[in-house]
Design a protein around this ligand. Structure first.
Ligand code: 13P
Ligand code: SF4
Length: 335
């Protein structure tokens, strides 16, 4: 076997990636990560990997890894000429808006998001007309056009903090498009949906379907269990868990606590990553796959590196300029 391939297999094994490969499969994974990392360097490209990607992508080829907020922030600082976004389209659009001079690519045409598809710019204009004077606070899981109609963007990592700041100046806000996250935030802040916070009917296809009634059964089976859920889950489920947050907050919670077991109610890639990062901790799976995130594979990243042009992400300059004002507001208020 070629020495470079042998070394790559050893590198992946040290990262724990052999544990998710059936007998003999690691060699194929190593051949792909080796070639991707070689091409990436040659093209001065950086690979962003959201934590819902598979661990071979996150650990094998990812340069910038994290939740939506961290990835957007990290992208602002990169010196690379090109950004390959292993995440979903709205994340890549955000990277492009923040880096207009860089090329940005997504290695799948199917990497959408049910939340992003739930609302259009015309819908936001109608909401604004129906509630004049109220600021539009928009979850980052939206299109560039929707961001351009917004006053401030938020992610799950900073939504509560930013909403608090908004309420210092406004009696009510429009929060779009996730009705569950909006209701969860309203509850945390003591606000009334429909009165203090105007919601839209969007939902995440992954998080809206978790069954809240199962949490009690897990607790009976695993005494001392810590149950963590993403803020996109319905309120009934959030009431049953110990911690609600974004993926970055959930990882920090696991790192800083010592529960007998952790129930992670979110996309499956997150649990896979948590197992590899914290091998001494016990994780219980109550996860669902995001079909959009999982449309990206090592093979699709390699294909993109060989022929990037068709997968380039572009945002019209006027939309990008308006969306950037709302994204910059997030960085200002989240700091
Ligand atoms: P995070 O910003 O918490 O990683 O969430 C992104 C997302 O799409 C959750 O479904
Ligand atoms: Fe969108 Fe849900 Fe997938 Fe996140 S998990 S990218 S919110 S569909």
């Amino acid at each position: 076997m070629d020495t470079a391939l042998k070394n790559e297999m050893e590198r992946l094994t040290a990262l724990g990636l052999h544990r998710r490969c059936v007998e003999g499969a690691l060699e194929g994974v190593a051949a792909l990560t080796l070639e991707i990392n070689r091409l990436k360097k040659a093209k001065n490209a950086v690979i962003c990997a959201h934590v819902y990607q598979t661990p071979d992508i996150i650990l094998g080829i990812g340069d910038l890894v994290g939740d939506s907020y961290k990835l957007a922030d990290d992208c602002r600082k990169t010196q690379a000429d090109a950004i390959i976004f292993c995440g979903v389209h709205f994340m890549a659009e955000t990277a492009k808006i923040l880096n207009p001079s860089k090329k940005v690519y997504v290695p799948s045409r199917n990497a959408g998001c049910s939340l992003s598809e739930a609302i259009t710019a015309a819908d936001v204009r109608k909401l604004k007309a129906a509630h004049p004077g109220l600021p539009v606070v928009t979850y980052i899981n939206t299109s560039a056009e929707v961001k351009a109609e917004s006053d401030c963007i938020v992610t799950s990592a900073n939504a509560e903090k930013i909403l608090k700041r908004m309420y210092e100046k406004h009696p009510a806000v429009i929060f779009i498009p996730d009705r569950y996250m909006g209701a969860n935030l309203a509850k945390a802040l003591g606000k009334t949906p429909g009165k203090d916070i105007i919601l839209w009917h969007g939902a995440c296809v992954v998080h809206e379907k978790f069954d809240a009634s199962l949490i009690a059964a897990y607790r009976r089976k695993y005494p001392g269990l810590a149950a963590l859920a993403h803020a996109e889950c319905p309120s009934e489920l959030i009431s049953a868990v110990d911690f609600m947050g974004g993926t970055g907050d959930m990882l920090r919670y696991v790192e800083n606590t010592n529960a007998s077991a952790y129930l992670l109610v979110t996309e499956c890639g997150f649990g896979e990553l948590a197992r590899l990062k914290f091998p001494g901790k016990n994780f219980i799976a109550m996860c669902r796959l995001c079909p959009y995130m999982k449309s990206i594979t090592l093979n699709s990243v390699l294909a993109l590196l060989k022929d990037p042009a068709p997968e380039e992400v572009t945002v019209p300059a006027d939309i990008a300029a308006r969306a950037k004002v709302a994204i910059d507001k997030m960085f200002e208020l989240a700091a």
